[in-house]
Design a protein around this ligand. Structure first.
Ligand SMILES: [Zn+2]
Length: 289
């Protein structure tokens, strides 16, 4: 997989030059605009719908994509009722210099490019001259919340597709799915995948632009992602003391009393936690008259 793409297929040096120029002249500024908007994930902004920041960043990204005039690209902002919005784009397969025949390419596999535009919250610990919503470009690095995770994804996807188009390189059908619920566990993503399933096509490769790489010398694969299991843990304990010959289980009050009593019996032990200083005998009489 580390083989260079043959020059006859893609002039990688030229593509790198063009993409780097696009970033320096345009995309970095778009990311600075993006950083200024506190588009926090719904988990960190209960009023996300009223605040409208997620909608704003999706609309900004959509208008930038439209301005790139990528050959054949169509896009749509999709909003399922009560869910965070997604940006969906499609680029038909191309045979390169020869115009693609949609009938011949329809059955070919699709490449899915994934990213997200919602952000983590502010958090603390920023250097005094930096902050989450105040972008600063310094020594080749852009500081601020969300630029790398994951605002860059939509711009990188389109810049890569545009590089292929400029050199008339053949490519399969490409779709892009940019969500705004990732930092909340992507609970809105599956309903969108269900709704978009007919339009996604036969996805054979997912390029998830939300990971890291050890260097820029070769393609890195992420073979596993962290997962999340969520649920509600309900713990029930005995509410009444019962004889150990009849039943067993944790009994909240009596256990605490035993701990307190043991503590008090130790020579020289003070009452470490006065609020625990109850009288076990008195309580027992009250509960079991
Ligand atoms: Zn991310």
């Amino acid at each position: 997989m580390n083989d260079r793409v043959p020059e006859s297929v893609l002039n990688a040096t030229l593509a790198m030059e063009q993409i780097s120029r696009a970033w320096d002249d345009d995309i970095v500024q778009r990311l600075e605009d993006y950083i200024r908007i506190p588009a926090k994930s719904p988990l960190f902004d209960a009023d996300w719908a009223q605040n409208g920041y997620l909608d704003t960043v999706v609309r900004h990204a959509a208008s930038w994509i439209e301005a790139q005039q990528v050959e054949g690209l169509t896009l749509e902002i999709i909003r399922l009722e009560g869910r965070t919005p997604v940006l969906f784009f499609e680029v038909p397969a191309s045979t390169g210099a020869v115009a693609a025949d949609p009938d011949k390419t329809a059955a070919k596999p699709t490449v899915l490019m994934y990213g997200h535009l919602d952000k983590q919250p502010e958090f603390t610990g920023w250097r005094s001259d930096l902050g989450p919503w105040t972008p600063k470009y310094e020594d080749g690095k852009l500081y601020g919340r969300g630029g790398a995770d994951d605002g860059y994804a939509v711009y990188a996807s389109i810049a890569a597709i545009q590089a292929l188009k400029r050199q008339q390189v053949a490519h399969p059908r490409i779709v892009g799915l940019i969500e705004t619920c990732e930092e909340s566990g992507s609970y809105d993503l599956l309903p969108y995948i269900d709704a978009l399933r007919p339009r996604l096509g036969e996805v054979a490769l997912v390029v998830c632009l939300d990971s890291g790489a050890g260097n820029y010398d070769q393609l890195w694969l992420t073979s596993s992602l962290r997962g999340m299991a969520s649920g509600v843990l309900k713990v029930e304990i005995l509410t009444e003391g019962v004889h150990s010959g009849d039943a067993s289980g944790l009994v909240r009050l009596r256990r605490r009393h035993r701990v307190c009593a043991a503590h008090h019996r130790r020579p020289g032990a003070g009452l470490a936690q006065p609020h625990l200083g109850t009288d076990p005998e008195r309580d027992r009489r009250r509960r079991f008259p």
